[in-house]
Ligand binder design. Structure first.
Ligand SMILES: Nc1ncnc2c1ncn2[C@@H]1O[C@H](COP(=O)(O)OP(=O)(O)OP(=O)(O)O)[C@@H](O)[C@H]1O
Length: 284
């Protein structure tokens, strides 16, 4: 469990990025910080691994303040994945992934073997290990970034807009991959995005932030969608424009649910409405 208790951050130039922020982030779940640019998301994330120090308040992991931990060791024990992958351009893919392990004292062969396994984990061909980052597509680079974040087998994985710079199709692919990985690996993931759809797709807990990281609403995607806290949230999730409106459509084989653009999203199947018959006949 990660806990923020009355945390504020004022940068040297006087910018208040975070003001009196308190939140519990449960273990082995994905928490997503979502908000517009400058709302303090990255600052919050970086206070978890001490890349940024709070001006006041406490960030703790499993009850222990991070200020009591050695910053370098703390940073190595927490996975960090950023936008544009942050890979070292002059290192091969395999060396990029193996770096943390080498810093932790693993032998080269051992670190490389583990790094190759991690390429498998994130769905990359092992043959790509000898390439340099510039010889990979944007989506492949992001996968390497995730592999590197997982290298030390951290309990916590921080992800700062990791899929922000790739095209929508690759992005959708990476999102599904993260959902699969999370099922397999059971990490505490803290994910930053400004995309509410991404937040709803990935988050168990979604935290909607306004300026200076003021929490506008926190809850599961269902809770937020079913009961937006105020007009700001309604606008943010697109509810007020009817973007999330679903309606029922009768088809010869039964009732389906369509979105606001008429695209079929699913087949209605509950106690009140019988399942569609397999033989193409009318519902009974
Ligand atoms: N090192 C810094 N010095 C001064 N101000 C900073 C620094 N880093 C961030 N800020 C300011 O703090 C505020 C919050 O920034 P932060 O990067 O945390 O927001 P964000 O929600 O992650 O934004 P984005 O979505 O654009 O990445 C912004 O006003 C930003 O300009």
């Amino acid at each position: 469990m990660i806990e923020f208790a009355s945390v504020s951050k004022r940068y040297l130039d006087g910018t208040v990025a975070v003001e009196d922020f308190s939140l519990v982030i449960p273990s082995r779940r994905t928490t997503v910080f979502v908000g517009s640019s400058g709302s303090g998301k990255t600052t919050l994330l970086r206070m978890i691994n001490r890349m940024v120090e709070p001006t006041s308040g406490t960030v703790s992991i499993d009850g222990e303040s991070v200020l009591g931990r050695d910053p370098v060791r703390l940073r190595r024990s927490i996975g960090y994945v950023m936008q544009n992958s942050g890979l070292m351009p002059h290192f091969t893919v395999i060396d990029n992934v193996a770096t943390v392990l080498r810093l932790d004292g693993a032998r080269r062969t051992e670190a490389h073997a583990r790094a190759r396994e991690l390429l498998d984990t994130v769905g990359l061909d092992r043959d790509l290990g000898d390439r340099f980052p510039s010889q990979l597509s944007g989506g492949q680079q992001q996968r390497v970034g995730v592999a590197r974040g997982l290298a030390a087998d951290p309990n916590i994985l921080l992800m700062d807009e990791p899929f922000g710079a790739v095209d929508p199709i690759v992005r959708a692919d990476l999102q599904q991959e993260l959902i699969r990985l999370q099922r397999e690996l059971d990490k505490t993931v803290v994910f930053v995005t400004h995309d509410i759809d991404e937040a709803f797709l990935l988050g168990d807990q979604v935290v909607i932030l306004d300026r200076a990281a003021r929490i506008v609403q926190v809850g599961s995607p269902s809770q937020i969608m079913e009961d937006p806290a105020d007009a700001f949230v309604e606008a943010f999730i697109g509810a007020e424009r009817g973007r999330r409106a679903l309606s029922l459509k009768q088809t010869p084989r039964g009732t389906v649910v369509v979105d606001s653009e008429g695209r079929t999203q699913g087949i209605l199947h509950d106690a009140g409405v019988p399942a569609l018959p397999r033989d193409g006949g009318r519902p009974m």
